[in-house]
Design a protein around this ligand. Structure first.
Ligand SMILES: Cc1ncc(C[n+]2csc(CCOP(=O)(O)OP(=O)(O)O)c2C)c(N)n1
Ligand SMILES: [Mg+2]
Length: 352
């Protein structure tokens, strides 16, 4: 098994508590960290979905990450805080994992001034530069080029940071991917291209849009190392990401990882899901990452049900607090409307 050199470092969990992980195997602390993070992402989204559907407190786009949480968990233990993440609009889970505060994430969904994008971005545009989370991007595939750009900046500055650049199976069909792969390999950029293959781009399955079903094979044209990974357990994600991170940190350049995953919810909040069967969804729910991690901990006698219950209670409290925070936060001021749109505040098109 390959482990990141940072795997031993103390890591602050979502509740603020520190976890110390051990580099000989996946320790109890690692499993507890994974479980707490995945549970936090899931409960955050379930609570937000309720506020959206039942109370109309949240409006606009909303793409749930539920089912894909093991990817966020495995990526976190395989990287260090200085590494940069960038993703598409299905961004809640990765933002929370990276450390964007849960309060500011919920406030962003509510469109409040205290949101992580000042309430002006909503679900698709979470952002946390202070924790190296670079969004939250709505144009399918656009962040592939931006992710390579971030990696170029790290290489130029001579840091040992790597970029984890996430995109969907649909985005793998964009021309941007090919242009970026070419230059990323030519310049040996420290970037890991992570295709979260949940088998659907909106309502269209991979089989209906591509002759090449195995996305990792796209790397062959650029002689880029590539791998395919089971995305339903944090262990497999951690191992695959660790190998790619080590390569990138040692100046070996990019890797394409195709992580096979599944979203339990629709593409967005208003999706009748006519394109798939209940049996297919249930099959994946049978391999649910949270259930698997709990089972590993209990059967391996690494943890007790009491410890798991305590995590659940802590997560409930974090989510409840974020709802109160979002409800009580102010709306953005009208003067904010044109701010943060252009770099130059006097951009010529802006007139009173
Ligand atoms: C350039 C562009 N084309 C089309 C869309 C509309 N669109 C939004 S999400 C999406 C599907 C993308 O699917 P995938 O990349 O697999 O990501 P997933 O939603 O499964 O996470 C499409 C076509 C868009 N936002 N941008
Ligand atoms: Mg997809």
């Amino acid at each position: 098994m390959t482990f990141s050199p940072y795997f031993c470092a103390p890591r602050r969990g979502p509740s603020g508590k520190f976890f110390y992980t051990v580099a000989v195997k996946f320790s109890k602390e690692t499993y507890l960290y994974w479980y707490e993070l995945m549970q936090l992402i899931r409960q955050f989204e379930l609570a937000a979905e309720e506020k959206y559907k039942m109370e109309g407190k949240i409006r606009g786009f909303f793409h749930a990450y539920i089912g894909q949480e093991a990817i966020a968990a495995g990526c976190m233990t395989a990287t260090k805080p200085g590494d940069l993440f960038i993703t598409a609009y299905r961004d809640h889970g990765l933002a929370i994992a990276k450390g964007v505060s849960v309060n500011s994430c919920m406030a962003e969904l509510y469109g409040k001034a205290t949101g992580c994008a000042k309430g002006k971005g909503g679900s698709m545009h979470f952002f946390g530069k202070d924790v190296n989370f670079y969004g939250g991007h709505g144009i399918v595939g656009a962040q592939i080029g931006t992710g390579a750009g971030l990696a170029f900046a790290e290489q130029y500055r001579g840091t040992d940071n790597v970029v984890l650049c996430f995109f969907g199976d649909g985005a793998a069909r964009q021309g941007m991917l090919h242009e970026t792969f070419n230059l990323a390999m030519l310049w040996k950029l420290p970037v890991i291209f992570i295709c979260e293959n949940n088998n659907y781009a909106m309502g269209t399955s991979i089989e209906r849009t591509s002759n090449v079903i195995d996305i990792y094979k796209l790397a062959d044209a650029y002689e880029m190392p590539a791998d395919t990974i089971d995305g339903m357990t944090p262990e497999t994600v951690h191992e695959g990401i660790s190998r790619a991170v080590t390569r990138a940190r040692e100046k070996g350049g990019p890797t394409l990882l195709e992580i096979k995953t599944y979203r339990y919810k629709g593409h967005s909040i208003s999706d009748p899901q006519k394109y798939r069967t209940k049996e297919e969804v249930d099959e994946y729910k049978g391999r649910d990452p949270l259930t698997q991690v709990v089972s590993t901990m209990l059967t391996g006698k690494m943890s007790s049900q009491e410890e798991i219950d305590a995590i659940n209670l802590r997560v409930d409290a974090i989510v409840a607090e974020s709802l109160t925070f979002a409800e009580e936060s102010p709306w953005p001021d009208d003067s904010e409307v044109l701010k943060d749109v252009y770099v130059d505040a006097n951009y010529p098109f802006i007139v009173d």
